[in-house]
Design a protein around this ligand. Structure first.
Ligand SMILES: *[C@@H]1O[C@H](CO)[C@@H](O)[C@H](O)[C@H]1NC(C)=O
Ligand SMILES: *[C@@H]1O[C@H](CO)[C@@H](O)[C@H](O)[C@H]1NC(C)=O
Ligand SMILES: *[C@@H]1O[C@H](CO)[C@@H](O)[C@H](O)[C@H]1NC(C)=O
Length: 411
C-alpha cells in the first residue's frame, strides 16, 4: 500500500508539473489530497465516495452548463481571447442520497475534496484563474451533486484575419476531464450567453457546444462566434487612405509646369509612407490568409508612387525641352531676351515652335495619364470591394493534419 501511495504521489506531481493547464487548485493537491485519500484509518465508505460513481457498463452522465458572462479582451495580434465563465457541473451519485424522513434537510454543501469531483482542463488556455480555489459542492437529498466554478481564462484562438477589421471567427474552448476515460464519464454540455455589456469591439453573436467524437478522454467543446464590430479601425485606416488617394488624384489637376505639383505629390507620397509603415505594423499577420487590407494598402502605395513618378518624369522632360530650346542657337538673341522679360504677343514665334510642340506633347501625355490614372483608381476600388465581398481563404492544414506521421496523439 505504501509503495502504491508513493508511485501515485509521484505520478500526480509529474502531471502537475508537465500539465500547467490542470486546474489551479490541483497544485496544492498532493499535500492535501493524498494523505487523506490513502489514510488507512479512513472508513471504507469515505474511500469509496472519492472514487467516480459507477454506472455499470454505461458511463456516468454529467451535465455541464457553461455560462459565458464576459469576453473582456480579444487581442487579434496575439491570437488570444480573455473570457469569464461560470461552469456548472451536475451528476447523480446515488451513494450520497439520504432518507428524507430521517434527515429532513433538502441539500447539504460539502468541501469539493470530500467526494469525487472531475478535474477539468481547458486545452486552449494560456492561463486559468479559478476564482474559488476550494469550491463547495452541493448535494441534494436524492444524490444529485452540483459543482459551480467561476473562472477567468485567456485562451488561444485561430482568428480569421482575411476580413480584418470586419472579421468573424469561431474560437473554441475544449474542456477535458483528463483523469477519466470515456468509459467512465460522458458530458452533456450546454452553453448560455450571459453577456449583457455590448460596449465591446468584439461581440459574441453565437455560442455552440459539441462533444467531439472519437476521443479517449471525456470532453466537450464550447465555440464562441466572435464578430468584430469596431468602427474605429475602419475610420482610422480606410478614411485616411481614401483621402490620400483623392488628394493625389486632385494633384493631377495642377498644371505640369507648376513646381508646386511635384512638391505636392512628393509630400503626399512621404506622408503615406509614414502612415503605411505604422499601419502595416498594426495589422495582424500569419503564414496564410493575411488581411486583405495589407494588399489594399500596398496597391495604394504603388498608385501614389506611379503618379508621383509620372509627374517627375514629364516635368523633367518638359524642363529639358525648355533648356534645349534655350541653348539651341537662336537666330535673334535679342528676341530671346525679350521673350523672357516681356512675354508679349510677338514672342510666340520661332523659338516657341520647338518648345511649344514639346510642351503640348508632354501636356497631352499628362492629360492622358490623368484619365487613365483616375480610371485605374476607380477600378482598383471596385476590384477591392469585389474581392472583399467574395474572397474566402482556407488556411493551410495544421502540421498535425498534413503529415500523417507527425500527428499528435488524440486525447
Ligand atoms: C447510467 O447510464 C444510463 C444509460 O446511459 C443513464 O440513463 C443513466 O442516467 C446513467 N446514470 C447516471 C447516474 O449517470
Ligand atoms: C426512511 O426512514 C423512515 C423512518 O426513519 C423509515 O420508515 C423508512 O423506511 C426509510 N426509508 C427508506 C427508503 O429507507
Ligand atoms: C463559424 O461557425 C458557424 C456555425 O458553425 C459557421 O457557419 C461559420 O462559417 C464559422 N465561421 C468561420 C469563420 O469558420
Amino acid at each position: 500500500m505504501m509503495a502504491l501511495q508513493f508511485l501515485l504521489h509521484l505520478a500526480f506531481l509529474g502531471l502537475s508539473i508537465t500539465c500547467p493547464l490542470v486546474r489551479g487548485r490541483s497544485f496544492q493537491g498532493p499535500a492535501v489530497v493524498w494523505p487523506s485519500l490513502f489514510n488507512l484509518n479512513m472508513p471504507q465508505e469515505v474511500q469509496e465516495i472519492i472514487q467516480i460513481p459507477n454506472n455499470g457498463s454505461a458511463p456516468l452522465l454529467m451535465g455541464a452548463q457553461v455560462f459565458v458572462s464576459n469576453v473582456f479582451n480579444v487581442d487579434i495580434l496575439r491570437y488570444t481571447v480573455s473570457s469569464m465563465l461560470l461552469l456548472r457541473l451536475s451528476w447523480l451519485d446515488t451513494r450520497l442520497a439520504w432518507n428524507a424522513s430521517a434527515h429532513p434537510w433538502q441539500a447539504v454543501t460539502l468541501p469539493w475534496d470530500s467526494l469525487w469531483t472531475p478535474r477539468i482542463t481547458i486545452l486552449e488556455a494560456l492561463w486559468v484563474d479559478w476564482r474559488d480555489q476550494s469550491p463547495q459542492v452541493r448535494v441534494n437529498q436524492d444524490g444529485r451533486v452540483e459543482l459551480n466554478m467561476a473562472l477567468t481564462t485567456e485562451t488561444n484562438c485561430n482568428f480569421e484575419l482575411l476580413h480584418f477589421p470586419r472579421d468573424q471567427s469561431n474560437c473554441s474552448l475544449s474542456f477535458y476531464a483528463l483523469s477519466n476515460t470515456v468509459m467512465e464519464l460522458e458530458f452533456q454540455a450546454h452553453a448560455v450567453n450571459e453577456i449583457v455589456s455590448v460596449k465591446r469591439e468584439y461581440v459574441v453573436h453565437d455560442l455552440k457546444t459539441e462533444v467531439p467524437p472519437g476521443q479517449l478522454v471525456p470532453c466537450f467543446q464550447v465555440t464562441l462566434s466572435l464578430k468584430n464590430t469596431a468602427l474605429k479601425s475602419i475610420i482610422a485606416l480606410l478614411v485616411p487612405a481614401e483621402a490620400l488617394l483623392l488628394a493625389d488624384v486632385c494633384g493631377g489637376l495642377l498644371p505640369l509646369r507648376a513646381i508646386e505639383r511635384i512638391a505636392y505629390k512628393v509630400t503626399l507620397l512621404l506622408g503615406y509612407l509614414v502612415f503605411h509603415s505604422s499601419l502595416v505594423q498594426g495589422l495582424p499577420s500569419s503564414s496564410s490568409c493575411n488581411p486583405l487590407l495589407i494588399y489594399y494598402f500596398t496597391v495604394l502605395l504603388l498608385l501614389l508612387f506611379l503618379s508621383t513618378m509620372e509627374s517627375v518624369l514629364l516635368a523633367g522632360l518638359l524642363a529639358r525641352g525648355n533648356l534645349e530650346a534655350k541653348c539651341s542657337p537662336s537666330p535673334d538673341p535679342r528676341r530671346e531676351q525679350r521673350d523672357h522679360s516681356n512675354p508679349g504677343p510677338n514672342s510666340e514665334e520661332a523659338p516657341r515652335g520647338v518648345k511649344g510642340s514639346r510642351r503640348s506633347w508632354a501636356e497631352t501625355a499628362d492629360h492622358i495619364f490623368f484619365l487613365v490614372y483616375v480610371a485605374g483608381v476607380l477600378c482598383s476600388q471596385f476590384i477591392f470591394a469585389g474581392v472583399w465581398t467574395w474572397a474566402t481563404c482556407k488556411s493551410d492544414p495544421a502540421p498535425g493534419e498534413a503529415a500523417p506521421h507527425g500527428r499528435q496523439p488524440k486525447l
